[in-house]
Design a protein around this ligand. Structure first.
Ligand code: FAD
Length: 306
């Protein structure tokens, strides 16, 4: 559709809206601030179905695809990677530089929908869309990553936990643009894994768990994790996984204890109340699996302290 034209009411599924292809972040922010019904479109993989079903009725769609937010660059601090909000999920999955620096993000991206969805869907779009089952917000939470946002008041940074603190949506204002994501880069001794279960291949997950372990001399020195599909947003599993700290390769009994702790934390949520106990039990199993894989990927010496 040509910029500045209102969609013809005949023959299209969405309600009528105006359209502008923003040429700068400032222009996008201004258009969003000026018009209450304005919404961003990035990859369109969530927005287009919502438009087609008229579940959203923006008066103006602000296309941000021309803003060049597809960069990969070193972060402001050493050991950080900045990833532009418009980097496609397919690139997250396949780019060797991302897989090397942040393998959890690549693994999580590969689990998002179909390749055709990932070809268009963006990192920023997935984070802002904030589906409770989405892999990328969960991975970002487990990584303790952050996002940079630009709004009418300028730029600010928000942790992944702050971003997802508002259930079923994000802490972004309607006139904010998510500009980039910052993640810590993996170093020797780190390991991570994302495990999920879907009833059919490439469906949204029923539940998923992301785990990141840091080890020193073959012993887990720190661990973090988050679950999707069990709460309105990524659920912090840090406390439930803390028994791993000080261990080497996890024993069966430690993995069972982790599964039980994660199940208990997830049971405390009632978002999906019709089958919450099953989801919680599933999350426990997935957590044990993700812990095992994470530790294996650090190549901890099997003779290290148990
Ligand atoms: C069949 C199907 C299967 C799917 N399966 C999965 C799955 O398994 N896991 C999963 O996580 N997702 C899944 N998705 C959703 C998919 O990942 C979407 O691509 C993603 O949720 C949105 O990214 P997008 O770039 O397409 O954003 P859009 O659809 O363009 O926008 C989504 C929302 O984010 C806002 N937005 C987008 N970018 C920005 C930005 N930079 N700043 C501020 N606001 C912004 C938009 O205004 C809109 O509200 C699926 C979608 C479909 C259609």
């Amino acid at each position: 559709m040509r910029p500045g034209r209102r969609l013809d009411r005949r023959g299209v599924k969405p309600a009528p809206f105006d359209f502008v292809a923003a040429t700068s972040i400032g222009e996008a922010v201004s258009r969003l601030a000026e018009e209450e019904g304005a919404r961003i479109i990035a990859g369109g993989q969530s927005m287009m179905p919502l438009l087609a079903m008229r579940l959203v009725r923006p008066t103006l769609l602000v296309d941000i695809n021309g803003l060049g937010l597809d960069h990969l660059s070193p972060g402001p601090e050493p050991g950080e990677l900045r990833i532009g909000a418009l980097v496609r999920q397919r690139q997250l999955e396949q780019d060797p530089a991302i897989a090397e620096a942040c393998p959890l993000l690549s693994e999580a991206a590969a689990l998002v929908g179909h390749p055709s969805i990932r070809n268009r869907g963006t990192l920023g779009g997935s984070l802002v869309n904030a589906d409770p089952r989405a892999e990328l917000p969960t991975a970002l939470f487990a990584l303790a990553g952050s996002v940079t946002i630009e709004g009418p008041g300028g730029r600010r940074t928000m942790s992944a936990a702050e971003l997802s603190a508002v259930p079923l949506t994000t802490a972004l204002a309607p006139d904010d643009v998510l500009v980039e994501v910052t993640v810590p880069t993996a170093v020797a001794g780190d390991g991570s894994a994302f495990c999920e279960w879907t009833p059919r291949a490439r469906d949204f997950a029923v539940a998923g768990v992301a785990v990141v372990v840091h080890t020193a001399d073959g012993v887990v020195s720190a661990v973090s994790g988050a679950a999707c599909g069990v709460a309105p947003g990524p659920l912090d599993l840090g406390d439930a996984l803390s028994a791993l700290v000080g261990s080497g390769r996890p024993t069966d009994s430690l993995l069972r204890a982790v599964a039980a702790s994660v199940q208990a934390v997830c049971s405390g949520n009632s978002y999906f109340d019709h089958d919450m106990e099953d989801r919680a039990a599933l999350a426990g199993i997935l957590a044990a699996r993700a812990v095992w894989r994470s530790v294996q990927r650090t190549r901890i010496d099997s003779t290290a302290a148990a």
